[in-house]
Design a binder for this molecule. Structure first.
Ligand SMILES: NC(=O)c1ccc[n+]([C@@H]2O[C@H](COP(=O)([O-])OP(=O)(O)OC[C@H]3O[C@@H](n4cnc5c(N)ncnc54)[C@H](OP(=O)(O)O)[C@@H]3O)[C@@H](O)[C@H]2O)c1
Length: 334
């Protein structure tokens, strides 16, 4: 008899209330997969956008989103891309991991982590959990880090280079500040008053409170402006970029067009990598940085899996600081 598990499922695109807990079949690992008993997962912006078929981004993006996730209804019923947990079983061809190992990582657009168990390929963006981290912290580090790394790798960041991180308190923003610091760049971060101390503690050389100062009007210029929250624009930032400077986008259909156009004309460009190239090697770098004390998790709130709708509504406020975690009390057979 197939063992069961609890999972958060949805069968139509829509508001947070389309999510519900359901008993479903527990997956069985293929030869190259591990079965993970998940202890912590997250709700992030990827889940939110996918669940509503990117309806806020216009018709073209909505259609694209449905082509990827299922035209009439979602093909993958279980959302969640980040996880930390314990290996319950391994396929015959798995050599890197064994039963009982604690692992973390991301399934990206394959989703499936808002559940008690899931299967993931050994070669996927997963690794052994960083020493000294708990499950909640390990679940919360991948998405922001990989998204920020994808962007920052596109520019020549090193000592002496100046970067401004706009939206420095979000999941990608908190990662961007820590990574820019790791690359030894000079980091100016922009956030709301309440997050100033946090952002300083992540390694920003200076912090601008956007409720008091408009960075585009203070005469400072930067080699790169990282719009980590998709709330600014190339047009408004252009005057604050040095000659040859780059605007790094994380969102917005118009930035896709600008990323094709601007590198060919003019001396300042938009960079927007779609689809983002993220690898297992990146996850291993993340583990290394955490263990060296150069990167940490930023968690705003933790909810039990049962409260996924409430957690999702909070993520949708676009006011979270860092990440929102879902905790799972011991996966069980039914
Ligand atoms: N996470 C993903 O998986 C993913 C994937 C692809 C693309 N994206 C895109 O990447 C962007 C960032 O995602 P995220 O998950 O990092 O976002 P997030 O964590 O939800 O961002 C929330 C943070 O943004 C700040 N913020 C909100 N409005 C702002 C504004 N007008 N100016 C400056 N800061 C503002 C808030 O801080 P204050 O309270 O200080 O305002 C809050 O701390 C989004 O546009 C998202 O669509 C995300």
């Amino acid at each position: 008899m197939n063992e069961g598990m609890r999972a958060v499922v949805y069968d139509r695109y829509g508001p947070p209330k389309v999510l519900r807990l359901e008993d479903v079949a527990r997956p069985v690992p293929n030869q190259d997969e591990v079965l993970v008993k998940i202890h912590a997962t997250t709700v992030n912006r990827l889940d939110v956008h996918t669940r509503e078929a990117n309806r806020r981004s216009g018709l073209a993006v909505t259609l694209l989103s449905r082509l990827v996730s299922g035209v009439r209804r979602p093909r993958q019923r279980i959302l969640g891309s980040e996880f930390a947990g314990e290996i319950e079983a391994v396929g015959g061809a798995v050599s890197e991991f064994g039963v009982g190992d604690h692992i973390f990582g991301t399934t990206g657009l394959r989703f499936g982590t808002n559940a008690e168990f899931m299967c993931v390929r050994e070669s996927a963006r997963i690794g052994h959990m960083p020493a000294g981290m708990n499950f909640e912290e390990a679940a919360a580090v991948c998405d922001g880090f990989l998204n920020a790394l994808t962007c920052l790798k596109q520019v020549d960041l090193r000592k002496g280079k100046r970067i401004l991180v706009y939206g420095a308190s979000g999941s990608i923003g908190t990662a961007g500040v820590q990574l820019a610091r790791y690359f030894r760049a000079d980091v100016t971060a922009v956030c709301n008053t309440k997050n100033i101390e946090l952002v300083k503690s992540l390694g920003a050389d200076r912090v601008i409170d956007y409720t008091r100062e408009d960075f585009t009007q203070n005469g400072e210029t930067y080699d790169a402006i990282f719009d980590a929250v998709g709330k600014h624009s190339f047009k408004r930032c252009k005057g604050s970029l040095t000659k040859g400077g780059s605007y790094l986008a994380t969102d917005g259909f118009r930035n896709l067009i600008l990323a094709l156009w601007t590198p060919r004309f003019g001396d300042k460009k938009v960079i927007f990598q779609i689809p983002p190239r993220q690898t297992k090697k990146d996850v291993l770098l993340l583990k290394e940085l955490i263990e060296a004390g150069r990167y940490r998790a930023v968690i705003d709130r933790c909810y039990p899996l049962e409260d996924v709708v409430e957690a999702t509504r909070y993520v949708e406020t676009e006011q979270k600081t860092g990440n929102v975690v879902l905790t799972i009390e011991g996966g069980r057979a039914r």
